[in-house]
Structure formats: structure tokens, C-alpha cells
Design a protein around this ligand. Structure first.
Ligand SMILES: [Zn+2]
Length: 85
């Protein structure tokens, strides 16, 4: 369950509140019971998986070698020669 940062609108007390995403109940300050609002902090967003790397704007030949290390060249076995035995 994620923890959110809240700040009281009255006494500016900051606290963490753990709640469900579906929980939309009003969060109150533990000190003065006033209304607290969520602080939107710079949450480190972690993108997992492929698809987020911008590859369309790469300079020709510049970043390709640095960003994408070429895999070890496998023994070329792609020769699909029709060997009709
Ligand atoms: Zn307060």
C-alpha cells in the first residue's frame, strides 16, 4: 500500500499517510484534525520494460554504439540455403 505525504492546511504539519488507491476519504491532520492535502512530490517514476527509450531522435551513428552495445556475434547460422537432399 503506497504512502502519501500530506500537509495540514491549518498548522502545516506534514505527515505520511498510508492509504489505498481506492480510499478517497478525507485525510485529516493527526495534530489538529484539520483538513490535510496531499503533497505532490517528485515521485521517482520507474519505467520498466522497453518502449520508453526514445530511439527515433538519435543522431545518425552517434548514440547507437553507446546506447546499444552490440551483442556478441553469434555464429552465423542464418544461411538458409535450400539443401534439397
Ligand atoms: Zn494540523
Amino acid at each position: 500500500m503506497p504512502t502519501y505525504d500530506y500537509e495540514c492546511t491549518e498548522c502545516a504539519h506534514r505527515f505520511e499517510h498510508r492509504r489505498s488507491v481506492h480510499d478517497t476519504k478525507l485525510v485529516k491532520c493527526p495534530k489538529c484534525k484539520a483538513k490535510a492535502q496531499q503533497i505532490i512530490t517528485s515521485v521517482p517514476v520507474i519505467f520498466k520494460g522497453s518502449g520508453f527509450y526514445v530511439t527515433d531522435h538519435r543522431k545518425p551513428g552517434a548514440t547507437e554504439a553507446a546506447s546499444a552495445p552490440a551483442p556478441a556475434p553469434a555464429p552465423a547460422k542464418k544461411t538458409t540455403t535450400d539443401t534439397k537432399k
